[in-house]
Design a protein around this ligand. Structure first.
Ligand code: PA5
Length: 397
């Protein structure tokens, strides 16, 4: 179950004012507008693609030590978020999954190339456009290394391209060399693509149940996601311009990074939008807690909690460690509320595929609704395009 609490840590909000706006937005969703295929979970991925991902991921698990996922932004964060959330803290998975192409760190690439030396490697390059700077450079370098390590025939089993169904340089390369490919649905943008081939192949390779993720998404109460979107909008109009995604389980760190991209790129345009930020608690309470409590009053929080029952005893308190964590979550929210920092609370029963699927879809809906409430296009990112162009101009001089 995904439960929400939009009362305990919030002051009263009048949601009725949004009735007409919400009707209109629901209409856009239900008539299936442009870039809205993610809303229809069955359009994210077909049963045939699910089977193919399941087969191929088993094959990958058997035939490599190192699986390199190359991509950035929406072509990286979703898979990283789910794999990090579900992988035990101290484990050595086979195959080891590493990510590349999400920075321009030469050091990272040099170390990775060396690391590939004594390993059987399979790579999955993911890019909808096929020409994003960081993954293009990473792919170029890793591909060169693969060509040294493996024959052309072997490369056909070791290079997997996830890209636009028809166009782009990666699609051309894959067609020319007969590499295995997966399509990224045309009507789904990067930050809404975790439940497509983009996120699901790496997640399946990591050994997680992709069908449970999809099932979780289907169980979301859409109206509740709309309610959260309205509350965010009301808080924004009350000049709370920073949303702190607060979490008490560090395994959620990358899930929150995914959330930051989802909300930041969806809403931050036309000089509008809530700035998504994050707080990894209780760690950050000891560095930023003072600001939250008494700093410039521009913050509201959305707390993501997990309703786990503690088992681990300690000699200091009668409570188990996990129960202390939950007490901290609640008491900190009360302390913040006393200081005027309001919080939404979203609680899942368990950190597993089903509940992560619920969180993904819940937040995707809320982000898109938030975009419509600001009257911006939730699915473009003109600012990203602007800086990409300037880098290109400089590189071509
Ligand atoms: O949400 C988005 O559309 C972006 O973050 C993209 O995912 C990111 O820029 C990577 O683009 P591409 O998949 O074309 O390489």
């Amino acid at each position: 179950m995904l439960k929400t609490d939009f009362k305990t840590y919030l002051k009263d909000k009048n949601l009725n004012l949004y009735k007409d706006k919400i009707e209109k937005i629901k209409n856009i969703f239900n008539t299936g507008g442009k870039m809205l295929d993610w809303y229809y979970i069955d359009k994210c991925i077909s049963p045939k693609e699910i089977d193919s991902i399941k087969n191929i991921s088993q094959n990958i698990q058997k035939n490599c030590d190192l699986f390199i996922v190359i991509g950035i932004g929406g072509s990286f964060l979703g898979a990283k978020a789910i794999i990090s959330a579900l992988t035990p803290y101290f484990s050595k998975n086979k195959p080891e999954i590493v990510f590349a192409g999400n920075s321009l760190s030469e050091e990272y690439l040099q170390e990775l190339i060396k690391y590939m030396d004594d390993k059987e490697v399979i790579i999955n390059v993911i890019s909808k456009s096929g020409n994003t700077l960081e993954p293009s450079i990473a792919f170029d370098i890793i591909y060169e290394k693969m060509k040294i390590k493996y024959s052309n025939d072997e490369l056909k089993k070791r290079i997997i391209v996830t890209t636009d169904p028809k166009e782009g340089i990666l699609r051309e390369l894959a067609n020319k060399n007969d590499y295995l490919t997966f399509d990224i649905p045309t009507q789904i943008g990067g930050r809404y693509s975790v439940l497509t081939t983009v996120g699901l192949l790496p997640i399946a390779v990591a050994g997680f149940d992709i069908e449970k993720l999809l099932l979780g998404a289907k169980q979301v109460n859409v109206d509740e996601a709309f309610r959260y979107a309205i509350i965010r909008d009301i808080l924004y109009k009350e000049h709370k311009i920073v949303e702190l995604f607060t979490f008490y389980e560090p395994k959620l760190e990358y899930f929150i990074e995914w959330l930051k991209q989802l909300f930041g790129e969806t809403q931050g345009k036309n000089k509008l939008g809530i700035l998504p930020s994050s707080s990894n608690n209780t760690r950050d309470l000891h560095s930023l807690g003072q600001f939250y409590q008494e700093g410039t009053p521009i913050i509201f929080e959305t707390i993501i909690g997990i309703n786990k029952k503690g088992k681990l005893k300690n000699n200091l308190y009668t409570h188990f460690v996990e129960d202390i964590n939950m007490i901290a979550l609640k008491q900190v929210a009360f302390a913040h509320l006393d200081a005027g920092v309001e919080s939404n609370l979203i609680i899942i029963d368990k950190l597993d595929e089903l509940h992560l699927g619920m969180l993904i879809y819940f937040f995707e809906i809320a982000a898109a609704v938030g975009g419509y409430l600001l009257d911006v296009n939730p699915f473009d990112q003109p600012g990203v395009t602007a800086y990409k162009k300037l880098i290109e101009i400089e590189l071509k001089k």
